[in-house]
Design a protein around this ligand. Structure first.
Ligand code: MN
Length: 304
């Protein structure tokens, strides 16, 4: 995935109404050790690294599995956990113990540093794990955790959109956001036009059902300049978007920073057991950080 050029196998034009969109194929990544779940990672991709401030999109399931992600650190980002099916238990270094169910939001703001674990019983799991990069002015905020059991809904002919992050069509999520963005689950029933911010770029991911132009798996990227997203069919679609992120970031393992040296320092602190607190109650050892690459990590913009 180090090809600097556009790869036509990974990025092709979507046909039909959403012409001009790019199709970002996911790659399969094992998550959570020996009894690993397979996840499909569509961001960051070889070419497109971010959509708005969204910098990471993992989708998993539906599959019967046991999620088991031991304690690990984060910096400079928010994790957005969203389930279509199943249940996941979150623990973090702030002392939070919170179960999440479908339709609820777990939002963890890493800021200057936090650690957490995620686990589930063996069950049908289906959901997404998303990261939002914090802009420079907020990336060192105090860590925090929010659980939102109910979220506002934007309704229109043929759709109901649950707004988990940011705003959509004047409906705003209560979740804390640090840049202009949107994250929503859109239930499509028929043909619909979902109003969106023309200044935002967007991504669409089919969660279930059949929605025209959206295949199961890939993320469809839509550039700025549209006032509505047209969808038709019957199913659920994840919509993410935001103002194109103006900063270059360094993403490595679970850290978002701005420089190679910052990442090296985060890694050292984690391995030395400093700066990220500890997660109580998880049955198992924290995850060790991988070895850094032999070359310096380069800051990257929204595309490369
Ligand atoms: Mn995590």
């Amino acid at each position: 995935m180090s090809n600097l050029e556009l790869d036509p196998r990974e990025i092709r034009c979507a046909a039909g109404e959403e012409a001009g969109g790019e199709v970002l194929e996911g790659r399969e990544v094992p998550l959570g050790g020996p009894r690993a779940m397979a996840v499909s990672r569509t961001l960051p991709g070889a070419h497109r690294r971010m959509i708005g401030a969204w910098c990471f999109v993992d989708a998993y399931g539906p599959q019967t599995a046991t999620m088991r992600v031991p304690p690990h650190p984060h910096t400079g980002l928010q994790t957005v956990s969203w389930l279509v099916a199943g249940e996941v238990l979150h623990r973090d270094s702030l002392g939070t113990l919170q179960e999440i169910r479908p339709g609820q939001l777990n939002l963890m703001t890493a800021g200057r540093g936090i650690s957490h674990s995620e686990e589930s019983p063996e069950t049908l799991l289906h959901g997404v794990q998303l990261w939002v990069a914090l802009p420079g002015g907020h990336r060192h905020v105090e860590p925090g955790f929010e659980h939102h059991a109910s979220l506002p809904v934007l309704s229109g002919p043929g759709f109901e959109a649950t707004v988990m992050m940011g705003s959509l069509g004047g409906v705003t999520s209560p979740a804390t956001a640090y840049s202009p963005l949107v994250g929503a689950e859109i239930a499509v029933d028929g043909a619909c036009e979902v109003p969106v911010e023309p200044g935002f770029e967007h991504g669409l991911l089919l969660l279930d059902g059949e929605v025209a132009e959206l295949a199961a798996g890939p993320l469809v990227y839509l550039p700025p300049g549209r006032s509505a997203v047209r969808l038709s069919g019957r199913g659920r679609v994840l919509l993410i978007g935001g103002e194109p992120f103006g900063e270059e970031i360094v993403m490595w393992w679970n850290f978002v920073g701005r420089t190679h040296d910052e990442i090296v320092a985060y890694r050292k602190e984690w391995m030395e057991g400093e700066g990220f607190g500890s997660v109580e109650g998880f049955d198992g050892e924290p995850l060790p950080a991988p070895v850094l690459p032999g070359t310096r990590l380069k800051p990257r913009g929204r595309v490369r």
